[in-house]
Design a protein around this ligand. Structure first.
Ligand code: SAH
Ligand code: SF4
Ligand code: F3S
Length: 489
């Protein structure tokens, strides 16, 4: 199915709804407040920046999220939950939060609660919300995010519950307002959805089929970001390596390697110095992409390459379409071109039928690859996925034991990798003062490692968003400590 860009007029229509809610809000004695709670991955974080853009234009002041719908003791006028359903605990958290708002809704019946995102693309979740959470006013999924103003408008002016579950796939919305969290780092979505159907994963069901944005729209967005002083961007997609497969010749770009090349050439000479991307499916990572990564200094020498399991038998059952051997060979090819590459991964422990021997393969692979970082997850059955129907689920005790062993192994690798950085001087993009120690700054290396450092700088504002050379004095398991030696001019 060809990807269709939603016509500009349809996006424009939302301006009418935004303005109408804004007019009502501006008539109030005090500016209404709104809070956006985000769960899940970077994709959702970026969607929440779009939600924030629309909410602000509706006349709300966005406040930090606090418990039970209150900010400084005042009940919020609008609360948006942008949800995730990747694992069961992600959903439980959301239900806990929504349930906790029932008291606030009783105290302030005109407060509007919106639940959107991946969770609400599932019919059984909608049923549960309809049955148990009458305090929810607006429900919609991932395909109609750009229509949030219309839904909020209808809920307020018709004084009714709005439940809009559209499954129109194959669409991309351009021109939605965005309120970005950072002035110097930005997410840029290059594609939506996923076609891979890994047997444990809910994402293809809740995000739909792959749709690529046009290269011209992506380049325009990146140019604007560079002109506004952004220093680092992260390109987002569930599998960025299949970018462009749904585009036509006319769109001028058919592969992720092409897109990355065009971006690198477009930003040359600007202050935008770093490009990252995620996520890369190992089965689709081409040698051409490795070449492009190695060629352009702006592409961070960092790669998130989820392996999920070390056993080829389990990888098969997961429908990952690579083997342990082909994955290891890919890592070798990447390291041959970029010896300094910082590698991270995702690993699932306790996939149905995973035996002790299968798990040993995961330990072996982790030992061989020596990742800088691994996100480890306990398998969680997701309604509607093939793996959830498998009767041979691994006993909880065994999963926990394996999980503990894997975490222990990876922690020792993390630490060893970080210790190897001591005594080196690395370039860091300063993100401001450290949250845990206000006498220190924090930032990230090209490899995405967190560095906390001291610096003789009076004005924190001036340092934020600047590149600085930092000498690494010592290492922790998940971060590095150092001191600034030279700031960018
Ligand atoms: N598109 C990305 C990431 C998807 S979700 C990719 O393909 O890598 C992020 C991670 O969550 C996955 O890599 C996987 O490790 C984990 N995950 C997905 N479904 C899961 C499940 N049912 N149980 C446990 N972990 C899961
Ligand atoms: Fe899920 Fe697999 Fe798609 Fe990643 S590639 S989102 S793990 S189905
Ligand atoms: Fe992301 Fe969770 Fe949805 S991981 S794509 S927010 S299910």
């Amino acid at each position: 199915m060809a990807t269709r860009v939603i016509p500009y007029e349809d996006i424009e229509k939302q301006n009418y709804y935004m303005q109408s809610v804004r007019d009502m809000n501006m008539g109030k004695a005090e500016q209404p407040i709104a809070c956006i709670k985000t769960f899940g991955c970077q994709m959702n974080e970026h969607d929440s920046e779009k939600i924030a853009g629309m909410v602000e234009r509706m006349g709300y002041r966005i406040v930090p999220d606090e418990i039970e719908g209150k900010y400084n003791g005042r009940i919020c006028d609008l609360i948006v939950f942008n949800t995730c359903c990747i694992r069961e605990n992600a959903e439980e958290k959301v239900f806990g939060h929504i349930g906790a708002l029932k008291g606030a809704k009783r105290a302030k019946p005109d407060m509007i609660t919106v639940v959107c995102g991946c969770m609400t693309e599932q019919p059984h979740i909608i049923d549960e919300i309809n049955k148990k959470y009458k305090n929810v006013d607006v429900l919609f999924g991932t395909h109609n995010l750009h229509r949030l103003p219309e839904f909020v408008h209808n809920s307020i002016f018709n004084n009714c519950r709005v439940c809009e579950l559209s499954h129109t796939e194959g669409e991309v919305a351009e021109g939605v307002p965005v309120k970005r969290d950072s002035t110097f780092k930005a997410w840029v979505t290059i594609m939506y959805g996923c076609n891979n159907f890994c047997t444990y994963c809910i994402v293809p069901y809740v995000r739909g089929r792959e749709r690529s944005r046009k290269m011209s729209d992506i380049l325009k967005e990146i140019e604007t970001l560079a002109a506004n002083g952004v220093r680092e961007i992260t390109l987002l997609g569930q599998n960025v390596n299949s970018y462009g497969k749904d585009l036509t010749e006319n769109d001028g770009c058919r592969s992720f390697a092409d897109l990355l090349t065009a971006i690198c050439e477009r930003i040359e000479g600007t202050g935008l110095k770093r490009i990252r991307f995620m996520t890369s499916h190992p089965k689709d990572l081409s040698d051409e992409l490795i070449e492009v990564m190695a060629k352009y200094p702006a592409v961070c020498k960092q790669l998130h390459l989820p392996v999920q399991a070390g056993s080829t038998a389990i990888l098969n059952k997961m429908n990952r379409r690579y083997t342990k051997e082909s994955y290891l060979a890919l890592v070798e090819r990447i390291r041959a071109k970029m010896p300094e590459i910082v590698l991270s991964t995702d690993i699932i422990v306790g996939f149905p039928e995973e035996t002790a021997d299968d798990f040993k393969e995961t330990l072996d692979l982790v030992t061989k690859v020596q990742y800088d970082m691994a996100y480890t997850f306990i398998y969680s059955p997701r309604v509607g996925t093939p793996a959830a129907k498998n009767p041979n689920q691994v006993p909880e005790q065994e999963v926990k034991e394996h999980f503990g062993r894997l975490v222990e192994l990876q922690n020792s690798v993390d630490r060893k990798k970080n210790e190897a950085m001591v005594g080196k001087t690395v370039e860091v993009l300063c993100e401001g003062l450290s949250r845990t120690n206000i006498n220190r700054f924090t930032g990230r290396t090209e490899g995405n490692k967190i560095v906390n450092f001291t610096a003789d700088v009076k004005n924190c504002q001036e340092a934020t968003g600047k590149f600085v050379k930092v000498y690494i004095d010592s290492a922790q398991t998940w971060s590095l400590d150092g001191h600034a030696v030279e700031w960018e001019k």
